[in-house]
Design a protein. Sequence first.
Length: 299
Amino acid sequence: MSSRVGFVGLGVMGQPMAGHIAAAGHEIAVFDIDSKRVSELTHKHPNASAAASPREVAEFAEVVFTMLPSGKYVQSVALDEQGLLAGFSGGELVVDTSSCEPQLTLETAKALASKGVAMVDSPTSGAEMGAKSASLVFMVGGAEADVARCVPLLNLIGKQVFHLGPLGSGHMMKSINNLVTAMTFLATAEGLALGTKLGLDPNVMTDVMNVCTGMSWITQTHIKQRITNRAFDDAFKLELMVKDMRIALELAQEQGIDLPFSHNAQAYWQAAEAMAEPHASVSELVRWVEQTAGVEISA
């Protein structure tokens, strides 16, 4: 296991993930455009140091993690003038835990390989709660040796690691998982809207679904916790779910596969995004459902 680790992207997910690596005793160099996030981490963990750029992270680390909004951000962090590539000397490994477009990941990996740097894509599932509790699930794509090299570090942040295949496979799986989650979320919200209109208590409906066939991650972790209490505060952004759906459907189009249910769901999510404020929580999908159905899903 590498003792020198780098981490770029200390957002809702990245900060606790980097914290678990530091808590395990690894020397870690971190970078984020939000200096407050960096300061919080380095203050809590004496073995964590602030880097002035991704290049400085690469100059320090043998394995560098990225956790960023999309593939274009990862590519920028990796390949810009003060990016990771400029600081690597060869033999290092980049582990991208972001949710990205597979083709962009392949392009970034090709550029890194020109300097002898390997790359693994390892997007996560588990949301903010999973990042804080070190119970994330990792969907990994990459060469066997590269994956084996990063698994001990992934085990510090998560509970399960699945190797899906070559580089890009992890991002494919993540987009498919979120496509399914998005449709489940929409169907659950519409069912609760109907039940509420009929006079049923949505909290009791959620209890019923949680012990019946309607059970899902959404009913278990989202409805009572975010919706019926009117908090609407999930840290995952609605725009990121729309992005992941787009990635999955672009992959389907490339393969000539027609997914009509998914395309319809995508249109509804896009309508919800258009109605919501910029950077709104994924929970705001339900407000769109409520407006469409003319009913408030509250206890």
